[in-house]
Write a protein that binds this ligand. Structure first.
Ligand SMILES: [Zn+2]
Length: 289
């Protein structure tokens, strides 16, 4: 009797166990869910409050990878160091870079914050001068391209669901087109088109909607007093009226700068799962709603 019970239990698990895939960040989970529906379980590596630039996988996550059929990379710095190790623990897992078809822009850095008092380079561990901007999930047009890559990869891994994935992709693509049109229309009305940000997450968003992102790379570190003075000077010179701050950066410093230049402090998290809602809310905040 006991043996039969165990047999039934295992059969039930086998029957209901879904295949699993892994993504690096929450916005990718959003894309993958739009395409895959509930046909797969999705593991997300970078947890909501972790810094996506300096993240390191936990041993428990490495173990879970062994069950994944696909790893969807997006081109974040940590992936460079870890993808080989992911393959080592999960040799059958396919690695798909969802940014492969995306045209990347360079991450131009501001000179005065790259040097310490002695003129030596600092803060270059994560973003080198000629490094490409990895924040490709913050532009609906590019998200469409990435979602197509996800749909294609899922369809070839699970061909029995291919028609479902393609239909989901088409619906999502339509949503993204609508979002893009809505954002263009909204942001057209924006008078001051430059905004200031501590971490340069919004390069693609700015490029798409003809805005200017001005940033200092602080990589989650507190800017020094001298840096804050430089930021204030530049923001004043450019009459910046919006200062974007991420939860990973000290709000205290951002508030000092905002008060000093009379700018609005906009709290925004580039890592939020629902990227569509996130972008739409950012547009509203820039417009002052
Ligand atoms: Zn980043």
């Amino acid at each position: 009797m006991f043996r039969i019970m165990i047999f039934i239990c295992f059969s039930a698990i086998a029957l209901y166990a879904k295949p699993a895939i892994t993504v690096s960040i929450l916005p990718q989970q959003y894309m993958a869910e739009k395409i895959a529906g509930d046909t797969v379980d999705i593991l997300v590596m970078v947890s909501p409050n972790a810094n996506h630039e300096t993240y390191e996988p936990k041993p428990s996550q490495m173990k879970l990878l062994a069950k994944s059929d696909i790893y969807f990379a997006i081109g974040l710095p940590f992936e460079k160091a870890w993808l080989d190790r992911f393959t080592a623990v999960s040799p059958k897992m396919s690695i798909i870079d969802i940014g492969a078809e995306v045209e990347k822009i360079e991450l131009a850095e501001h000179d005065h914050h790259d040097h310490d008092e002695h003129g030596e380079h600092t803060n270059h561990d994560e973003h080198d001068e000629d490094e490409l901007d990895p924040h490709i999930w913050l532009d609906p047009v590019l998200v469409k391209i990435q979602s197509k890559t996800i749909a294609d990869a899922l369809s070839s891994k699970y061909p029995q669901n291919a028609a479902f994935y393609m239909k989901n992709y088409e619906n999502f693509a339509k949503e993204l087109d609508e979002l893009d049109a809505k954002l263009s229309k909204k942001l057209d009305a924006l008078k001051n088109r430059s905004f200031f940000v501590f971490h340069p997450s919004w390069g693609y968003f700015a490029k798409r909607y003809d805005l200017e992102q001005i940033f200092v790379e602080v990589e989650g570190k507190e800017p020094k007093a001298a840096e804050l003075i430089e930021i204030v000077k530049e923001a004043k010179a450019k009459s910046i009226k919006a200062l974007l701050v991420e939860p990973q950066v000290s709000e205290k410093n951002a508030k000092i700068v905002a008060d000093e230049i009379g700018a609005k402090l906009i709290k925004v998290d580039p890592m939020k799962k629902d990227l569509s809602k996130n972008l739409d809310e950012l547009a509203d905040m820039l417009l002052g709603f």
